[in-house]
Design a protein around this ligand. Structure first.
Ligand SMILES: Nc1ncnc2c1ncn2[C@@H]1O[C@H](COP(=O)(O)OP(=O)(O)OP(=O)(O)O)[C@@H](O)[C@H]1O
Ligand code: SF4
Ligand SMILES: [Mg+2]
Length: 386
């Protein structure tokens, strides 16, 4: 059996024994229900899901049942022959001043989630409430105001910066579009923004190619900050940077969060990147969230075999701590043709994995203490209270 970094087995630290059923009175099954896959022990399937939960009053962003299906077209008539289920029923919230880390392997739907929420792509289904208002129902004017309050920073700022404009011109344009400052006031604000992100006001006359990768990411952040947002979707903002520069940019984002009370949806494919910045972490697999918990709880007590495998790849600075690497076998299945039941079952190495895993779609259920996991083999009580 593979162990997690802190020596846990893939079943996690469980206060209820594996397979141990709670003594619950059962009703006789109706004939229609007999066709359904057998319930796998009540303790495994119960638990509040994020869809049942009331949105916390201090939530700035609340996403419910978000789906983004891209049509697959073929043939002379461009007929729709299927869909890529890039995001398949995702629900979460981000509180004011909080950072929610969103992690998962390449292609699991992280960027699509971020872009759909900000309505850079129209959603197939679901809601995304920003400050209590559904973004997907906003008219043009309201959407423009919302776009000011919710910004996105991309992995590669170079491709989103106009190479023919100086940094000063780019920032001036943003300030003008949103009617925030003109003339000398804009010049002063540009200098202030560049200083805020650790650059110098004189940098305003330079072009994007005259900066290093880390500096360009600082410019991307300055551009987002120019409009005084409340929420920033950070889509892999440090993935293209050297490790030392990654730390600088993450520290900068943390400082800015404290200074301006910002909320972040921080997307990364690597759990080590989100570890220090996140208050809570959501793990995505094949278009769904499969685990969410407070960051400390998730790193100490990962419940999903998938999260355990991701975490086993995170280097530990202490050489005395031995970490056994759990290798994820096989590729991520296609979101156009996801596996039946638990989407992770073809790759799962959980010792209790059985035929039910291919039949039952595990709900993302609270396994205790607000630690949500979508696994029918993780019993209630496996999560630790915050
Ligand atoms: N416009 C599109 N049309 C069709 N399929 C798309 C489109 N955009 C994304 N996809 C598909 O949706 C899935 C999720 O893509 P997405 O970019 O959200 O993944 P990701 O988790 O951000 O990956 P990465 O870590 O590589 O950035 C992928 O299978 C991708 O090929
Ligand atoms: S296949 Fe899915 S439900 Fe079954 S043990 Fe693995 S993660 Fe849990
Ligand atoms: Mg992406």
């Amino acid at each position: 059996m593979s162990a997690t970094p802190d020596g846990r087995t893939p079943t996690g630290a469980q206060t209820v024994g594996d397979g141990q059923l709670l003594d619950v009175e059962r009703k006789p099954e109706s004939p229609a229900r007999r066709d359904l896959p057998p319930a796998k022990g009540d303790s495994d399937l119960r638990g509040q899901t994020p869809d049942d939960m009331e949105t916390p009053p201090d939530a700035l962003l609340a996403v419910r049942g978000l789906k983004q299906y891209f049509p697959i077209r073929k043939g002379f008539f461009n007929r729709v022959v299927g869909h890529v289920k890039a995001v398949d029923g995702v629900s979460f919230f981000v509180k004011r001043g909080e950072t929610l880390g969103l992690v998962g392997e390449s292609g699991c739907g992280k960027s699509t989630t971020g872009k759909t929420i900000l309505r850079l792509q129209e959603a197939t289904e679901g809601r995304a409430e920003f400050d209590g208002r559904n973004i997907f129902e906003m008219g043009k004017d309201e959407l423009r105001t919302m776009r000011r309050k919710a910004q996105i920073v991309f992995q590669d700022p170079f491709s989103s910066l106009n190479p023919r404009m100086t940094i000063g011109e780019t920032l001036r344009e943003v300030l003008a579009i949103h009617n925030l400052a003109k003339g000398q006031k804009a010049t002063d604000r540009i200098g202030e923004l560049l200083s805020t992100v650790g650059l110098r006001p004189e940098h305003a006359v330079r072009y994007p190619h005259e900066f290093s990768g880390g500096q360009r990411q600082r410019i991307g952040i300055a551009r987002a900050l120019a409009v005084e947002p409340d929420l920033i979707v950070c889509d892999e903002p440090v993935s293209a940077l050297d490790v030392s520069v990654q730390a600088q940019v993450i520290n900068l984002l943390q400082d800015l969060q404290r200074k301006f009370g910002l909320s972040y949806l921080f997307i990364a494919h690597d759990l080590s990147v989100v570890e220090h910045i996140s208050d809570r972490v959501a793990v995505m697999y094949l278009g769904r969230i499969v685990e969410v918990a407070d960051a400390d709880e998730l790193y100490l007590n990962p419940l999903m075999p998938y999260t355990q495998a991701l975490l086993s790849a995170v280097p530990v600075p202490d050489p005395r701590v031995k970490r056994e690497r759990i290798m994820l076998e096989g590729d991520v299945p296609s979101p156009a043709n996801p596996p039946s039941g638990c989407p992770f079952h073809p790759r799962c190495q959980h010792p209790l994995k059985d035929a039910d895993c291919a039949k039952i779609v595990p709900p993302l259920a609270d396994k205790g203490g607000g630690h949500f996991a979508a696994c029918i083999k993780v019993p209630l009580g496996a999560g630790n209270p915050a």
